[in-house]
Design a protein around this ligand. Structure first.
Ligand SMILES: [Fe+2]
Length: 347
């Protein structure tokens, strides 16, 4: 079966969000999904929620909603209702879980956000009961707004292990422990506005970049935090195997990778927008590149899907304006592309 996960649409912020989400709906439906899952953060105003529901009401496939932290800002999720939205359903041989982790927090000087994320005892108990009836071989998809396995707080200099976390989920390892006995599990997340695919105890963690990218600051040309163009994730479940692809909002951006230069350090990378640690990247006549180690100091302020060029690599590239790159994904898909080496600077 095929379905689509899209997240962080942030309607009515900055420029062209309505045009952009219309485009997104058309693009997603063109892939023939059986259902859609929205990973949360519709927008910060009640009007954003109304606009969203107006825009999806004519669709003839189900659209499931995961609550994001903005659902507290926009009033959809009142403090009393937070934590009451976990649910599950089976569709075409796949078990789907919507797992609700957003909770209200009364802001303080030290914690100005009005939300935090937790897998609380009530929801963990519900999940354990829900999964108890699922056969070990049945593929499972769990969607929650903030990732249950993330290096983003470490990489972006935020406090780790805080008591009411805004970029992690308290007790997330208990969710992983409930899921890991199953043969084929993938979890879907947003919130970070970046792609980050990796495995945790055999589970595929598929954090997905935002439809809004950089909050629609430049309309449909608003890259995500690590340079990924705006897009969504198409997921196929075939004979128990879960595979996915990140798809750009605009066909003209349908490319897998780009050159990436970090302005403050002048470090240079190949940015493979949806790479995992198993993805191999090779520059013709120059050699293989290594991905960043997500929990090393060299990854601070950067994404793990960046592949750094050494001084030796740069010397070999010399004055070339374009390089030929081969990308081997772990599902056996091989792609060859030409990349423009002119510096696109990122902070
Ligand atoms: Fe969020």
């Amino acid at each position: 079966m095929r379905f689509v996960f899209f997240t962080d649409i942030h309607l009515l912020e900055n420029k062209d969000s309505i045009i952009g989400f219309e485009k997104c709906l058309d693009r997603m439906l063109a892939f023939g999904p059986q259902l859609l899952i929205n990973g949360g953060d519709l927008g910060v105003t009640p009007q954003a929620v109304n606009t969203y529901h107006e825009m999806i009401k004519g669709l003839d496939i189900p659209v499931y909603q995961v609550n994001g932290n903005h659902e507290i800002c926009n009033g959809f999720l009142t403090p009393e209702r937070a934590g009451q939205f976990s649910r599950s359903f089976d569709h075409d041989g796949v078990h789907f879980v919507i797992f609700d982790t957003v909770r209200f927090f009364t802001p303080t000087d030290e914690h100005p956000q009005n939300w935090y994320f937790i897998a609380d005892p009530q929801n963990l108990e519900w999940l354990a009961t829900d999964l108890a009836r699922i056969p070990k071989q049945m593929p499972i998809i769990l969607a929650s707004h903030c990732s249950i396995s993330t290096s983003a707080p470490f990489r972006f200099g935020q406090e780790l292990g805080m008591e009411f976390p805004v970029n992690e989920v308290t007790e997330a390892t208990k969710v992983v422990n409930l899921l890991k006995p199953f043969d084929s599990v993938a979890t879907l997340h947003g919130h970070d506005h970046e792609n980050c695919r990796h495995r945790a105890d055999g589970i595929q963690i598929l954090t997905t970049a935002a439809v809004a990218g950089g909050w629609w600051r430049n309309g449909l040309e608003s890259p995500n935090i690590s340079g990924e163009p705006q897009g969504f994730r198409v997921i196929d479940v075939t004979c128990g195997q879960i595979e996915s692809q990140y798809v750009m909002l605009q066909e003209s951006q349908s490319q897998l990778a780009s050159w990436y230069t970090q302005a403050k350090s002048m470090r240079h990378f190949i940015n493979v927008f949806d790479a995992s640690p198993e993805t191999k990247v090779h520059i013709e006549n120059i050699g293989e590149l290594q991905p960043l180690d997500a929990f090393s100091d060299s990854a601070k302020g950067l994404s793990p899907h960046l592949y750094e060029l050494s001084a030796n690599h740069l010397e070999q590239i010399g004055a070339s304006e374009r390089i030929n790159v081969t990308i081997d994904f772990e599902n056996g898909q091989t792609n060859q592309l030409e990349i423009d080496c002119s510096a696109v600077l990122y902070m």
